[in-house]
Structures are given as structure tokens and as C-alpha cells.
Design a binder for this molecule. Sequence first.
Ligand code: CA
Length: 465
Amino acid sequence: MENNKQPNIVFIMSDDHAAHAMSCYGSKINTTPNLDRIADEGMRFDNCFCTNSICAPSRATILTGLYNHENGVKTLGDNFDSRQPTIQRILGENGYQTALIGKWHLGHGGHHDPADFDYWNIFPGQGDYHDPVMIEIGEEKKVKGYATDLVTDISIDWIKNRDVNRPFMLMCHHKAPHRPWDPDERHAHLYEDVDIPEPETFHDDYSGKASAAKEATMRIDRDLRVRDVKAEPPEGLSQKELKSWYYQRYIKDYLRCVASVDYNVGRILYYLDEAGLTEDTIIVYTSDQGFFLGDHGWYDKRFMYEESLRMPFIIRYPRAIKAGSVTKDFALNVDFPETFLDYAGIEIPSHMQGRSLRPVLEGKTPEDWQTSMYYRYWEHLSVEHKVGAHYGIRTHKYKLIYYYGEALGNADAIDEQRTPEWELFDLDKDPYEMCNVYNDPNYAEKIEVLKKELYRLKAEVRDYE
Ligand code: CA
């Protein structure tokens, strides 16, 4: 029964689902009972961060255990080279059966297709919510149904039809709740008669931030389209009323898409129970990055600010993880593949740049555990949403961000230059990041220490540009 020692891995990742839209993370705007069950029966990470808050780069990091300058996917325009070593290849070489179902978004055709999975069935590009086209191991077909239901149906079928004598890893990747936020029938009328509360920072005027914040085009009241909110804005509203109207239209559809993800995660949990797989399976729920839910007056992500930097990360494995545990220890998306290899008892390749979360999961965080993390966003002003390129460091107490003002290391971008700017946030005093204290002399010494650590981390991850 040697194989029973290797756990199955069910990795469920949605797209753009912010932690603050999950009740286990204290959401003020919705409830997610099925997702909460994973947290209740396992561990919740309160400080899990992505190293570049955008879809394709985060996905490439999770597959490779490498930062984006090392895996070649720095921007949405970079396709993934599937010839490089990945978690699925290593698991496959060590007896696992593997599948990826749903969102891939790393390019397709030739060596951009998913590789080294026994089975794959993906949406081309962003995919559609209703009756999507799917590509099943290279064969394209239109499928009837709603994306989140379909990804779940195909996932459960794949588990049912697997070789029961070998462990498996399933990557179940939802399109939802990505723009344009089209709900399914089952959840289309949720929240119809209620007003969703607006976030604390809804009316941020960006005066306490670097000028990149003001320049970004992701404002609720200005940059959402009719396609996003599925209605023409009513006439005769004040600017403030219009902003609230846009927010309600946007957030309700977003939360309806989340409700369908929650419902479908419940179906997977139920199936694992019924099939007697719960004890032997590591199940993870996460999202490729966070999202602004009206926070700072925005939708979308990209910035190193908390709402977009933080990933939900909840994980259950009854054999090793104590139910109901919570940690504030740092975890990064680059740590995920090493964690799975560790639990599978497979040697972790030395080129991988993360660290297995296993000791944290088992309540034995080492003394030298990471207390600072490196972030870099390479896209620049020429792409949608006009968020200037930046890198930075977050510790438990501070966040230091540098907008370097050009499209360095992003060959496809039109290089619009800006004056470089720094931001420092004191996260204890200012958790919503409303007040840049970089120029406050009281922080001068702290800034020197943080800069030193920032450049140490940058060199450690081999980002030399
Ligand atoms: Ca995403």
C-alpha cells in the first residue's frame, strides 16, 4: 500500500477572487459556506501573497516555482513555454496522474499548450461564461453550459475515471469571477433587493499615494463599460450617486459569480466525501491574485496594494493539518509547488525559488521563516488600466513600493517615462494604505533598512534588471 502514503492533490483556483469576498476571511459583503468548510477543516493563511498581481504570471509561477523573470511570463502578453520543468511533470515522473481543467491563459498552440498533464481541457484565452469553447487535449469544441459548472463536472468525471491505484493531482481552474462577471441562472437574482455596503476606501482621492494611483484607469465610476454592468447608466444622477450605481451593478454580478464558485466547490467536497477520498486528499482553494472590490474606488488588480496583493489560500489535509488553524506566517504563490512535492515525498529541485509550506501547515514554523516578500509588476502604461511598472517589499509592518517610471524588462511595451516615485505605508497605523509616509523624516531610518532588504531579496530571486 505504498501509494497510499502519497496524498492526492485537488488544487482549485479561481480567477480574481479577492480574499475579502470570502466569509472565512471576514467578508462584509457575502457568505461562502463551502469555501469556509475548507478553512474550518484545515488552515487559513492570512498573509498569502502573489509575486506579480496579474493572471498569466501568477499561473506560471504556480506551475514552475519560479518568479516571472525566471519562467518567462512577466506580462499578459508573454506565453508560457511548456518545455520548462513544471509541478505536473515532476509529479507525473513520480507516479502521479495529473489533469488541468478550465482556465489556462498561458497561450496555446505548439509548446504553449498545457504539457505533461495526462488530461487537459481548457478555455482558449479568457474563455466565456456561457456555452464556452473548450480545447480538450488539442481538440476544440463548443460546450453547452455555464463555465463554473462545466469545469466542476469535467473535474469530478476525471477523478471518477482515474486509475485508483495511483495518486492524482487535479488542477481545477475556474474562469469566474473574472470580468465580465456573467452570473448563472441559479444565482442571477441573488442580492436583488439589497444594497451591498461600500468599502471604507471607496472615495479615496489618491492624494495620499504616488501619482500612479491617480493615473490608473480602473475606476468604478469612469472606466467600467456597459458590457460590464449590463445596463446603461440612468440619467439625472449626481456623480456620487452614479458611482454608487456602478458599484452595485458591478459588485452584485461579481458576488453572483463567486456564489457559483462556492456552490461548485461544495460539489467537489461532497464528491470527495462520497468517494472516501477526503482523508487522503490535500485540497486547496486559492485565486491567482486578489482584486479591488470598489476599494480605493477601483476594480481590477495589478498594484501592490493589499486588496490585490493578497491571495486567499485555504488548505485541508486531515492527515497532517489541524482543523480550524489560522496562520499569519507569510506564504507566496511561488511556494505552492514545493509544498505539494514535499507532501508527495519527492525531492524538491534546487532551481525552484519558493519554500515548502509544510512546516507552517503542521504548526512548526522554522525560526528563519520569511518575514519579507518581493513583488514586481512589469506591465507599464501602454496596456489596459495604465498601472505603472513597480517593484517593492512587504514585511509584517511595512510596505515599500518603487515606481521606477519606465517599461524596463518588458520588451513589448511602449516606453512612456515617468518620474520615479516611492511609497511607504505603515501597515499597523494605516492598514488601508491611505497615507504615503515616504517623505516623513520619522521613517528615514526605517526606509534605509527596508531598501537594503528590498535589494537583497531582488538579488536573491535573481532579478537583476
Ligand atoms: Ca486573475
